[in-house]
Design a protein around this ligand. Structure first.
Ligand code: BDR
Ligand code: CA
Length: 312
């Protein structure tokens, strides 16, 4: 089986943690490295959390590189109300044993992507796009090493989850998102329009305890904590699990449906800062720059995640 090389850029975060675990459980994917960014919680915590998730998976052979500790231009906005003060409240994860390399994530991304021209890498951002934008700004030739970018972020018609107009990842660093969406790279976006259609079924979290492994038990505890916020916010029976949609899409794109559109990022208006302005009906005449997913087979998505977590 030929595996696809991926880099996960992330701000764990409960849903980030599940995405990382799903990727590690999938032999079709070769996780070249995990780069961390400030987002759900400050960088020191997202980095520690990424390392803890790899320790939980028994995969500390995958390197973690700490990246940007703040957005390109705006002050950092975090989401402790969702993810708790550690960013992964709800369960005790093992302490990492592998040391953190003394290397900035952007330096590692530049070196890795420049060396990947003959076998380009799929970049999977699960948090604010700061590291990816800075990589493209500092070394534009890195585009040749990127096969495509598949990201969780944005909202086309769904409205935002952080402001009425903006989804968290894009809101936190809209200027970075603007760089990425103007890059000309093949982009696929898994926005709230998609993830809000895949709410965790009532019994799904508890069913993970029946997988009979430590990962399943730990993820069940993490998600029990995580979903309390969204259930209260949306009045739903289950919360969305955003970031793993990126991994599910890589492995089974047929689970999703959407449309290629022109997407621009609002970077000036205080009222709609970070909005992903999506030309779904082609009214601007601007060329499509992004595949925007808005449909998901939720049952198959959660079955896929159970299957992945059961492999540990
Ligand atoms: C995104 O924001 C973060 O809180 C989640 O980890 C996810 O990446 C959803 O808006
Ligand atoms: Ca995230």
């Amino acid at each position: 089986m030929t595996s696809r090389s991926i880099i996960i850029d992330t701000d764990p975060g409960h849903d980030d943690a599940v995405a990382i675990l799903a990727a590690l459980a999938s032999p079709e994917l070769q996780v070249r490295g995990v780069t961390t960014v400030a987002g759900n919680v400050p960088l020191a915590l997202t980095t520690l959390n990424a390392r803890r998730v790899l320790a939980l998976a028994g995969r500390e052979d995958v390197p973690v590189f700490a990246g940007c500790d703040r957005p390109l231009l705006r002050p950092l906005v975090t989401a402790e109300e969702v993810h708790g003060h550690t960013g992964l409240d709800g369960a005790d994860l093992p302490e990492p044993q592998a040391p953190l390399p003394d290397r900035h994530a952007v330096d590692w991304l530049i070196e890795t992507l420049l060396a990947a021209r003959d076998d380009p890498v799929t970049v999977c951002p699960l948090g604010p796009l700061t590291n990816i934008a800075l990589t493209l700004i500092r070394e534009p030739r890195t585009v040749a090493g990127i096969r495509e970018i598949v990201l969780m972020g944005g909202a086309a018609f769904e409205g935002g989850n952080t402001t009425p107009a903006a989804e968290f990842n894009i809101y936190v660093d809209p200027h970075a998102a603007d760089v990425v969406f103007r890059s000309g790279l093949p982009l696929t976006m898994l926005p709230l329009d998609c993830t809000h259609k895949a709410l965790m079924p009532a019994d799904w979290i508890e069913s993970l305890r029946g997988l009979g492994n430590r990962v399943g038990n730990t993820v069940a505890s993490l998600l029990t904590f995580y979903q309390r916020y969204d259930v209260a916010k949306y009045g739903s029976t289950g919360g969305p699990l955003h970031d793993p949609t990126v991994i599910a899409y890589l492995l089974d794109p047929e689970l999703f449906a959407g449309k290629r559109c022109n997407v621009r990022i609002e970077t000036t208006s205080p009222l709609t800062m970070g909005m992903t302005v999506t030309d779904w009906w082609g009214v601007t005449g601007e060329p499509a720059n992004c595949m925007v997913m808005n449909q998901v087979d939720a049952g198959a998505f959660f079955a896929f995640l159970s299957d992945c977590l059961g492999r540990f």
